[in-house]
Ligand binder design. Structure first.
Ligand code: GLY
Length: 426
């Protein structure tokens, strides 16, 4: 079996690692991949902005199925074109990926189907945004409608901040993604991610996961792609989990009712309010860094799960999970999420992986011809540890972090600390 994985982050290294552990013993190719996938799979470079190149590559080189990691190739219809050429593909078609590609589409869908989410207003011009804000005040959340690489969201505590965030969108800071602007109710509560495999009918939830989006300890500093994560979230009770699962089921059913058979991973970004969980956003793919803690805990063969998803047989699958917890700490380049330098030599990965339960997933890394691994991105490595208790998983992850170094390396020291305190283990 030959599988092509599109993407080159920590998420894709985790996917590749789990696919390679499958009983199907597949050959895995990753495009563009990173220094980690270069070691275990084969890296190739297919321009994925145009789905035609992906189809051409598959026609020339062959693949039994394709896994699409990031949102951008999903939104431009890579799954549609591959399917049209008879290539099985894990990841929704463009009509389904719109749930991430257009925040307005997602909000309108939730509105039509009574799915719990914050109130919202869609502004088509700066004037409309100003008028709405003058009437409704702050705090609010201002979002560019389209894909903005995680950067088009501002939590505005004052009307002035909100007006200036809307101005940036309409002024072209996020290109076409900012042509519509969503102004959303500011909701209070802890955030929590719940991802599910779905074939458009059956919804198989994964474990809850908690991302840490801010760059610095104590949730300070700018937003990032995610600086660390753990799973499952020990503070989420059964009643809340049941509600989150039911919201994902409702979402898949809502899409189906509107003619969209959604196959792949549906990622629910939730906020756990006093009134119950509400949807903050959806993603049409595995989360990054959530995947780096979910897949190490998944016992069921990932190839079986993905094939069943693609073939509409997910009702035949039972997801089994390892007992215990996974904690992952992101090691980032100095300056990230702003400008940063690359090409810094990384040492200690082997030693870190010798710590019991630890896997180091590469993100922004490159393997030089002489085998040296150097930094090539903002988020560089995900140091993930699995252990029977939360405290041990966290302890192992940070022990492994201590063994790795590169010039300018920075990371948060409080990943999972709140959960640890809630568990009384701190
Ligand atoms: N963890 C956030 C995301 O995957 O978008």
């Amino acid at each position: 079996m030959r599988i092509l994985v599109l993407g080159g982050g920590g998420r894709e290294h985790a996917i590749v690692t789990s696919l390679l552990a499958s009983a199907h013993a597949p050959e895995v190719i990753c495009s563009p991949g990173n220094g980690g996938t270069a070691e275990t799979a084969a890296n190739v470079s297919i321009p994925d902005a145009d789905p035609a190149y992906v189809v051409e590559w598959v026609q020339n080189h062959g693949a039994d199925f394709v896994v699409i990691g990031p949102e951008a190739p999903l939104v431009v219809g890579t799954a549609d074109l591959l399917s049209a050429y008879g290539v099985p593909v894990f990841g929704p078609k463009a009509a389904g990926a719109e749930i991430e590609g257009s925040k307005t589409f997602a909000k309108d869908l939730m509105d039509r189907h009574g799915i719990p989410t914050g109130r919202y207003f869609v502004a088509e011009s700066e004037m409309e945004a100003r008028a709405y804000l003058a009437d409704h005040g702050a705090p609010v959340v201002v979002k560019a409608d389209g894909l903005a690489a995680g950067k088009g969201v501002t939590v505005a505590m004052t009307v002035d901040e909100a007006v200036s965030a809307a101005h940036e969108c309409f002024d072209g800071k996020f290109g076409a993604a900012g042509e519509l602007v969503l102004i959303e109710e500011y909701l209070e509560g802890p955030e929590c991610s719940l991802l599910a495999f779905t074939d458009g009918e059956t919804v198989l939830p994964m474990l809850t996961a908690q991302d840490h989006k801010r760059a610095l300890d104590n949730d300070e500093g700018p937003n990032t792609g995610g600086m660390g994560v753990y799973a499952p979230v020990p503070t989420v009770d059964d009643e809340t989990l049941t509600k989150m699962v039911s919201i994902l089921e409702q979402t898949v059913a809502a899409l189906k009712a509107e003619g969209v058979i959604y196959r792949g991973v549906l990622y629910g970004g939730f906020i756990l309010t006093a009134e119950g969980p509400k949807v903050l956003e959806y993603n049409a793919r595995f989360g990054d860094p959530e995947t780096q803690v979910l897949l190490p805990l998944l016992e069921t063969d990932l190839v079986d799960v993905m094939l069943a998803t693609v073939e509409g047989r997910l009702s035949e699958i039972e997801l089994r999970w390892r007992e215990g917890y996974a904690v992952s700490v992101v090691l980032a380049s100095e300056g990230y999420p702003g400008d940063y330098e690359t090409g810094k030599v990384i040492t200690g990965i082997g030693k870190a992986e010798a710590v019991e339960g630890v896997t180091v997933y590469h993100a922004g890394t490159k393997r030089e011809d002489n085998g040296t691994v150097v930094t090539s991105g903002g988020r560089v490595l995900n140091v993930t540890a699995v252990a029977p208790t939360f405290a041990d998983a966290r302890d192992r992850a940070y022990r492994a972090v201590d063994m790795i170094s590169f010039e300018g390396m920075h990371y948060r020291t409080d990943i999972g600390l709140r959960a640890l305190r809630a568990l009384g283990e701190a």
